[in-house]
Design a protein around this ligand. Structure first.
Ligand SMILES: Cc1cc2nc3c(=O)[nH]c(=O)nc-3n(C[C@H](O)[C@H](O)[C@H](O)COP(=O)(O)OP(=O)(O)OC[C@H]3O[C@@H](n4cnc5c(N)ncnc54)[C@H](O)[C@@H]3O)c2cc1C
Length: 379
């Protein structure tokens, strides 16, 4: 009956479903949650405010193909995202830039540092913090130390529950100082939000005669893997099985659980028109939460009087609890553990692991869109 069965209706599942359906394949999606959209799901709360249930999602990309594909299912409204850091009560732009210098230091010192940075790295340059720490100039190294200490290190330890050296260098290298006076969190060509939200985007993407969706359905209840064969409702299935859930759970954690970071989200409604001075404020030196996001400042919702915010508390993921595994913890041991599961998966010719959980890596929304487009084309 079906050519393709997909576990999960997030970006990985929905994008591949749409591409395959348009090629004439009959697609069945099994989604364990009561809604589509995966972690990008958004909804209106009891106060009438559009919220992102699984944390703030901002769309940004320089990948025209991913942008054009998603634009078929929504009207993207340009949106320039800014983030402030609350550092000992002072609000300064994040990533740390030339404007941040003037909040962090007195005018004379800030001017001196600005000149030195522009001379050493040129204007409009993203300089990774690890590079600044290696500079010959002691004042640049001192600045690097300030940013490392006040913007990066405590925040990172809160986020990951680890020391920075225990984190994958790819993550560490992402923290930049930018030699610009333009505030802005992203530098991508397209920075936009879907006018009616992400859930509506998913509804349109999945609205195709060749796609059937079963919500509240754990794929493990209907699909079993045994001796290189895939069984659907007890019958051997010879189509493709695209799995976007947790790969360790797919194989009953036989080599042990893959470690993840989870988050607790505390939502608060406030009867004021604005709660904070930026859409997102990062608490880089204080508080147990990492950041406060104020939804109405970045969703396209208009005419809403009050405001809903969310505080994010990172925590270790506990297997078999009701926690959600949000971020793979990418270190050598965990990558090696994942490789063992991947080798098992490779024994099933019809099985495709796709997405942030199944492939045990981090994808932004544009990256997973592009990856799923490619994977579906290959299939
Ligand atoms: C806090 C947070 C903030 C983020 N912010 C941004 C941002 O600002 N910009 C950006 O570009 N990206 C952001 N991301 C990344 C974005 O969430 C991912 O790119 C996207 O969710 C990846 O899609 P996916 O389909 O791989 O995974 P998911 O969205 O997690 O979808 C997987 C789906 O599979 C379902 N599933 C799992 N197991 C089973 C099973 N056994 N049976 C049936 N269904 C199953 C799950 O319920 C889920 O719906 C953020 C991520 C987090 C955690």
């Amino acid at each position: 009956m079906y050519d393709v069965i997909i576990a999960g209706a997030g970006y990985a599942g929905a994008v591949s479903a749409r591409v395959l359906a348009e090629k004439g394949k009959k697609v069945l999606i099994l989604e364990e949650r009561e809604h589509i959209g995966g972690n990008a799901y958004d909804e209106v709360d009891e106060h009438g405010v559009m919220i992102h249930t699984y944390g703030p999602h901002l769309f940004h990309t320089s990948d025209k193909k991913a942008y054009d594909f998603l634009s078929r299912f929504t009207n993207f409204i340009p949106y320039h995202h800014t983030v402030m850091g609350n550092i000992h009560g002072k609000f300064m732009p994040i990533p740390f830039n030339l404007n941040s210098l003037y909040v962090a230091f007195d005018k004379e010192k800030a001017e001196k540092l600005e000149k030195k940075l522009l001379k050493a790295y040129g204007a409009e340059t993203r300089v990774p913090i690890l590079e600044l720490k290696k500079a010959k100039d002691p004042e640049i190294r001192e600045l690097a130390e300030y940013v490392f200490e006040n913007v990066f290190v405590h925040y990172t330890m809160k986020q990951w529950g680890y020391k920075p050296e225990e984190i994958d260098p790819a993550v560490t290298a992402r923290v930049p100082v930018i030699t610009t006076h333009k505030d802005g969190y992203f530098t991508d060509t397209y920075q936009a939000m879907p006018d009616e939200g992400f859930t509506k985007l998913f509804e349109k993407m999945l609205d195709h005669e060749n796609i059937k969706i079963c919500l509240n359905t754990n794929a493990f209840d209907r699909i079993k893997l045994k001796d290189g064969k895939i069984f659907f409702d007890g019958e051997e299935f010879n189509g493709k099985y695209i799995f976007t859930g947790m790969t360790d759970v797919l194989f009953e954690r036989k080599f042990g659980p893959l470690p993840y970071r989870s988050l607790r989200f505390d939502f608060e409604y406030h009867d004021v028109s604005s709660y904070q001075e930026a859409p997102v404020v990062n608490y880089t030196v204080s508080e147990d939460y990492t950041r406060i996001s104020e939804f109405k400042k970045f969703t396209c919702q208009k005419d809403v009087a009050g405001t809903t915010i969310v505080k994010e508390y990172p925590r270790a993921y506990e297997p078999d609890s009701d926690m959600i595994p949000y971020y793979a913890i990418l270190n050598d041991d965990n990558k090696a553990l994942f490789a063992k599961y991947k080798a098992l998966a490779d024994k099933y010719a019809g099985l495709v692991l796709l997405g942030r959980l199944a492939e045990y890596r981090y994808f932004n929304m544009d990256a997973i869109t592009s990856h799923a487009l490619e994977m579906a084309e290959k299939i």
